[in-house]
Design a protein around this ligand. Structure first.
Ligand SMILES: [Zn+2]
Length: 163
């Protein structure tokens, strides 16, 4: 998929987290995770800029772990307490990228090194405008709905408590 499709898909995936997060909506750890998770949605395609095989190492479990360790290192330098969230954001964000790529034609090995089996549902071309525009639109929409839900929920409880 294209960067906008990947960013939209990962954004959509964070919507349930925003809606159901047990802590406060303004928790720094939550937003650091969301920012890293959405940023990581485009990292695996860095292989397109180098003379390496596309959908190789960066599209594997090992690649996801590597991105997770890199973000743990970077965000851990800001504050050691951010390292675990940095890892989760980079690792899971890369898995989110692979989830999007699974819908397209070019097969890859998401489970490597655990398994060398190639996967790919072959439903769309990676640059399919409908697929990419769908995720680019649905991501911000679901994200906004999740934030509104969180913001309006206390309001509803206040209103109900008066009647
Ligand atoms: Zn990719």
């Amino acid at each position: 998929m294209l960067p906008k499709g990947h960013a939209g898909l990962n954004m959509a995936l964070t919507a349930p987290l925003v809606a159901l997060y047990p802590g406060k909506l303004y928790d720094m750890q939550l937003w650091l995770f969301i920012a890293t998770f959405i940023a990581a949605s485009t990292w695996p395609d860095i292989d397109l800029r180098f003379e390496t095989k596309h959908r190789g190492f960066t599209h594997t479990l090992a690649g996801a772990l590597t991105f997770g360790l890199l973000t743990a290192l970077l965000e851990g330098m800001l504050d050691q307490a951010y390292a675990p969230i940095g890892f989760l954001g980079g690792f899971l964000g890369t898995l989110g990228h692979m989830l999007g790529d699974l819908l397209t034609y070019t097969k890859f090995r998401p489970l490597w090194p655990l398994s060398g089996k190639k996967f790919g549902l072959g439903l769309y071309r990676a640059d399919n405008p409908k697929l990419n525009n769908f995720f680019a639109r649905i991501g911000p929409l679901l994200f906004t709905v999740a934030i509104l839900y969180r913001e309006l929920l206390p309001l509803q409880q206040i209103l109900l408590s008066h009647y």
